[in-house]
Design a protein around this ligand. Structure first.
Ligand SMILES: Cc1cc2nc3c(=O)[nH]c(=O)nc-3n(C[C@H](O)[C@H](O)[C@H](O)COP(=O)(O)O)c2cc1C
Length: 311
């Protein structure tokens, strides 16, 4: 998620769950190929398994980016065919590509030929007045024929004219049954559903129909929602991490980053939701949001905020 799932947010999420697949923010082919790629691609080795999400519509440029992803040892490359923002529409990529499945197929083919990495596609169930039944069927059929075996489907349409990106995550109605039918029509595809999931119970219900669930906003605003994921979903037998242990791990991480010149606020801004819905959460957020942005703030602010929350 743009501006949210940077490497610091992902490092924290990985401490909470070791088995879930994490995704980068969308990186455009232009940014990767025309600026310093390390700025976009560097990550901590603990973040694996990690997918790089690309935004673009040119097979050759996407293929070059996949080569970089392989060089940086990502585990998967995902093509964004779901983002409705104006900037992305001006570049003619993201969700508007749902109208041109042949272009997506050409992109997927070129991306697959560029490395051995799995290439996946994230899409919507349609855009604008596209038919949610036949339009989606045609899209998936064309793109899978190019070799894509995994689709992540945000189970609502994107309305490209008249709605902001935020509204496009809330207003078009969710249609989970449509994604379930897609799995029946394409049983060999790996289909992952996205949109509106807030608990592992809800995810477990979806896993009766589908191969996976992607959680976006809830994992950011309430990261401890993933605390039992390894045990409940993946069958791990180790105990889930508790908040206190997590905060000490993040303190150690923030100290290492601080020594490398990273201001503590860049890490703490992703941690405000760690005490979501539990006593002390407000005090935790207040200390972090008031003190971490100040000049001279050190990683010890995390210990101070935890103390304020728990005493
Ligand atoms: C701030 C923000 C940034 C996002 N950036 C991306 C992005 O870069 N790539 C993407 O595929 N989806 C992006 N999304 C959409 C989410 O991945 C997800 O599809 C959507 O929020 C619905 O899932 P959720 O209800 O679990 O959040 C973003 C969402 C938010 C709130």
């Amino acid at each position: 998620m743009l501006d949210w799932t940077d490497r610091h947010a992902r490092y924290m999420l990985r401490q909470i769950s070791q088995r879930t697949l994490l995704y980068t923010e969308m990186v455009t082919t232009g940014a990767l190929l025309h600026t310093n790629p390390a700025r976009w691609l560097d990550y901590h080795h603990d973040e694996h398994p990690l997918a790089l999400q690309l935004g673009g519509n040119q097979p050759h440029a996407l293929a070059q980016c996949v080569k970089l992803a392989a060089q940086w040892q990502y585990d998967e490359v995902n093509l964004n065919v779901g983002c409705p923002s104006d900037r992305v529409q001006e570049g003619a990529f993201g969700a508007c590509l749902m109208a041109t499945p042949n272009i997506v197929a050409d992109c997927v083919k070129a991306m697959q030929d560029a490395s051995n990495l799995p290439i996946t596609v994230k899409c919507r169930i349609g855009i604008d007045d596209q038919d949610e039944e036949q339009g989606l069927q045609d899209f998936i059929e064309t793109v899978q024929a190019a070799g894509c075996k995994t689709f992540i489907v945000h189970a609502r349409k994107a309305w490209l004219k008249g709605l902001s990106p935020k509204e496009n995550r809330e207003i078009p109605p969710l249609n989970y049954p449509r994604v379930h039918r897609l799995k029946k029509d394409f049983p060999d595809l790996e289909l992952i559903i996205n949109g509106g999931f807030k608990t592992l119970d809800e995810c477990a219900e979806q896993l009766a129909h589908l191969d996976g669930v992607m959680i976006g906003r809830e994992a950011y605003h309430n990261p401890m929602v993933l605390a039992d994921a390894d045990q409940r979903i993946f069958g791990a037998t180790n105990a889930p991490i508790c908040r206190e242990a997590l905060i000490h791990k993040m303190h150690a991480y923030a100290e290492r980053q601080y020594r490398d010149g990273v201001a503590v606020k860049h890490i703490t801004r992703h941690m405000l939701g760690l005490l979501h819905g539990i006593p002390g959460g407000r005090r935790w957020r207040r200390v972090l949001s008031e003190k971490a942005p100040r000049d001279g703030a050190t990683p010890d602010i995390l210990l101070e905020a935890w103390h304020a929350a728990t005493h």
